[in-house]
Ligand binder design. Sequence first.
Ligand SMILES: *[C@@H]1O[C@H](CO)[C@@H](O)[C@H](O)[C@H]1NC(C)=O
Ligand SMILES: *[C@@H]1O[C@H](CO)[C@@H](O)[C@H](O)[C@H]1NC(C)=O
Length: 334
Amino acid sequence: MAKQNNSCVFVLFFVLCFVNNSVYGLFDPDDLIVETPLGKLQGVDLGESYAFGGVPFGKPPVGPLRFNAPEPPEPWSGIHPANYFGIGCSQTCYEPSSACPTTIQEDCLYLNIWVPKTSSRTLPLEAAFGFLYLGDIFDPYTNTTSKHANYGMQDQQLAFKYVQDNIHLFGGDPNMVTVSGQSAGAQSIGLHLLSNESEPLFQQTYMISNPYGLPYKNPKDATKLAEYFAEAIGCPPLDITCFREKEEAEVLAASKSAQSNIINPLELFQYFEQWNPTVGEGEYPEEPVMAYEEGNFQRKPTMAGSVTKKDEPMYTECSVTRYHGGCIVYYFDF
Ligand SMILES: *[C@@H]1O[C@H](CO)[C@@H](O)[C@H](O)[C@H]1NC(C)=O
Ligand SMILES: *[C@@H]1O[C@H](CO)[C@@H](O)[C@H](O)[C@H]1NC(C)=O
């Protein structure tokens, strides 16, 4: 546990799709254009694989969509160049700089899709301003009172849905999807295994270093944290309209300032991962560790373990690929 650190605030995880080897014929290697229901994407040839980077799977979560459920992207006309990688979500990165995104922006709901010429592929992504908890509040954007919680998990679900709907166009099999994550990413996977919304979206998982036993924030404590956030950003508590009017940098600064408040010393995540999911109602009614103990989880092929030499392979892979959305961790200790 000592190795857990603040980078967990921003989720790092992967979707792996096993590919049949006959990707050829799905798209012409000369122009690398894939036609999706939303529009055309043009990928790049990386030698060992084809890649489609910066594939939009959600509307930019800005303006009224900040601190809101993500929405599917708008269709586009023409050809969207899918040749850029590494745009990170807005974050204060506590990792060595080689493992931090070089560019960050709030508009970050993009997938990177690799189509291997021979074996499997990975899709990393990160979640945006994902875990401010506001509970049931009126949202003047939608004119409804609804739950504002765990948008980060919803961002990931939208990405999983994108994979279900589109991955066949890239040679993947939507019935053979493995989701995986390390540390905070593994926590996400542990929660997806509890969520009825996530259930149809993947078939198997592996979790690396999921700190299972630690208690998550409950709605009451999460609301208190949101109050500290409101104070730091200069808004009345739970005033979602006011939160949306602030600059991205102000949101980041207020998150950083609010997270230093320990609301419940027994919720150990508060010492190193304040902005994590909230459980105890709705989609995640119980503490994950209790849900697993009681057998309330999806029975799917799963590997769980920790990583030996945890930092080393992770950072090496990150800096080698420079795909800062994620890293591949090779060393397991099961
Ligand atoms: C919400 O209500 C306001 C005021 O009545 C209206 O201007 C706005 O268009 C409504 N928004 C939606 C999404 O219905
Ligand atoms: C998930 O689905 C199961 C089976 O239908 C149901 O018993 C359970 O209450 C659902 N969980 C939530 C949190 O809605």
